[in-house]
Design a binder for this molecule. Structure first.
Ligand SMILES: Cc1cc2nc3c(=O)[nH]c(=O)nc-3n(C[C@H](O)[C@H](O)[C@H](O)COP(=O)(O)OP(=O)(O)OC[C@H]3O[C@@H](n4cnc5c(N)ncnc54)[C@H](O)[C@@H]3O)c2cc1C
Length: 458
């Protein structure tokens, strides 16, 4: 196993190991003692044992896409799983066993091409399964197909003491419960996910888009809110405010992505939107042939590499005046590359969730993805996000771990009972706080974990 020690390695080699695979180029000033480039399961066991021996913590990196670079921690051995990619597919039973650094695109390219199957991983193609699934995973068509972690049927993990065990609904059940929603506070290292798959709807993969001028913000938003609850159950619906490439004007873009078995079914699903849409779109398309691959390309384009990012999010209360609450966020973007998102979660948000750590949701998922290039914009862009969120959060039930930074804002991430149970499970499996856990301000959370409370209410 390759170990790159901070104290004895060349700086360039150490820096590449420390942050080379971190997506957000706003680099953290945190320095692991060593980085282990794991290439097989046994390396993960050995790396955890090395951390026990060294009396330091364990940090983990799968896809490197956590916005706040949660994998980069002081006083830790960072286990980077980037070279540990394995996939086994049991097509007959529609089960895949995948290692955590596999990305959505890597997994789906094999599943689609070789088996006609898919897994609803992250929208951005390069998000790693590890961080994504532990948080819950807002994957493709989450509003209907449910959270991606609901398709985790089991997982192999290395405990904080270095023991390799399996967790599922009958074995090590508390860890299995925690793995579906603990996010970066999961008290073990996942070496493999066992996933239940879906058929890939190649023939009926279609999309419709309606792009409105910002002057139609209220009208277009009211329309989409009114049709979402009863809209087709294989269609995901998102609203994005952004500057289209080459344009000086911000636009209000409504996107429907439908995944049906046939083109006819796709057309029937999208027809109610086409027939009721408000007039005045500057551009629109109806039931265009599409694919997961093309959607991935668009997501990749919207979230470019080598950029600086600040993400934030909130589940807006079901009874809120959503367009009013989000107006500032949607109409005052601080940079041409930044965008704001509303993502429909109804009817998933109205269903009783399985018994698992993930327990926070509402009909309206809202997120800010602030993207910029120059360090000189850091203060301005981050201040904009903070100010907008100060007003928005008062209308929210809580937030999603995946687009959060616990260093900058405290809120609720789980139902109260789930949060308490989760922190108890963390202490049971990792009483010494070996696994780094939640990165709060000053990295102090340790075995206590997060408080799970709205800061503005305290
Ligand atoms: C461009 C972009 C698009 C995104 N789109 C979506 C989306 O569509 N839906 C969504 O839900 N989220 C999305 N996210 C959020 C993303 O899911 C989270 O940032 C997630 O943490 C990324 O997982 P990762 O493995 O790539 O990250 P990493 O930074 O590698 O991991 C994050 C943390 O998770 C924990 N972790 C990771 N792997 C393991 C493991 N094997 N064992 C134990 N702990 C582990 C560790 O604490 C680690 O530090 C997006 C993020 C980006 C940057």
């Amino acid at each position: 196993m390759e170990v790159i020690w901070k104290a004895t390695s060349q700086n360039a080699v150490y820096e590449e190991a420390r942050v080379g695979r971190v997506f957000n180029h706003r680099r953290p000033s945190r320095f692991p003692m060593a980085v282990v480039n794991a290439a097989k399961e046994a390396d993960i066991v050995d790396a955890v044992k090395l951390a026990v021996e060294q009396k330091c913590r364990v940090a983990v990196r799968s896809g490197g896409h956590s916005w706040a670079a949660w994998s980069v921690r002081d006083n830790s051995i960072l286990i980077d799983l980037g070279n540990y990619k394995q996939l086994e597919v049991d097509a007959e039973n529609m089960i895949a066993k995948a290692t955590p650094s596999m990305t959505g695109r890597e997994l789906n390219s094999v599943l689609i091409k070789e088996h006609g199957l898919m897994f609803p991983g992250g929208h951005c193609p390069d998000v790693g399964l590890g961080g994504f699934l532990l948080q819950g995973g807002m994957g493709w068509n989450c509003r209907n197909w449910g959270w991606a972690c609901e398709r985790v049927v089991g997982l192999d993990v290395v405990t904080a003491e270095g023991e390799l065990i399996h967790c599922n609904s009958t074995q090590n059940r508390d860890l299995y419960w925690a793995a579906r929603g603990a996010g970066p506070g999961f008290p073990a290292v996942v070496t493999r996910f066992h996933l239940s798959l879906l058929p890939y709807p190649k023939k009926g993969f279609r999309s419709s888009g309606y792009i409105y001028p910002m002057s139609m913000y209220r009208k277009a938003f009211d329309w989409i809110l009114s049709i979402t609850p009863s809209f087709d159950n294989d269609t995901e619906i998102a609203v994005i405010s952004h500057y289209p490439e080459g344009s000086d004007e911000m636009r209000f873009f409504i996107l429907f992505v439908v995944m049906k078995n046939t083109p006819e079914e796709a057309e029937a699903a999208l027809r109610p939107a086409q027939e009721t849409r408000p007039d005045g779109a500057v551009e629109e398309w109806f039931c265009k042939e599409d694919s997961l691959d093309e959607q991935y390309d668009k997501q990749e384009h919207a979230n470019p590499e080598k950029h600086r990012y600040c993400a934030e999010n909130a589940y807006i209360n079901n009874d809120a005046d959503v367009p009013a609450v989000l107006e500032e966020a949607f109409t005052t973007l601080p940079h041409r590359k930044a965008f704001a998102l509303w993502y429909a979660m109804n009817p998933c948000s109205r269903r009783r969730l399985p018994d698992m750590a993930l327990s926070m949701q509402s009909d309206h998922y809202f997120a800010l993805y602030t993207v910029w290039e120059d360090e000189s914009d850091d203060v301005r862009c981050q201040a904009w996000v903070k100010n907008v969120m100060k007003r928005v959060e008062r209308h929210s039930a809580g937030a999603y771990l995946g687009d959060s930074d616990f260093q900058t804002r405290k809120t609720k991430y789980w139902a109260d009972d789930n949060a308490k149970r989760l922190m108890d499970i963390r202490r049971k499996w990792d009483p010494k706080g070996r696994i780094c856990g939640y990165l709060d301000q000053g990295d102090q959370s340790g075995t206590t974990g997060l408080t799970n409370a709205h800061e503005w209410k305290l």
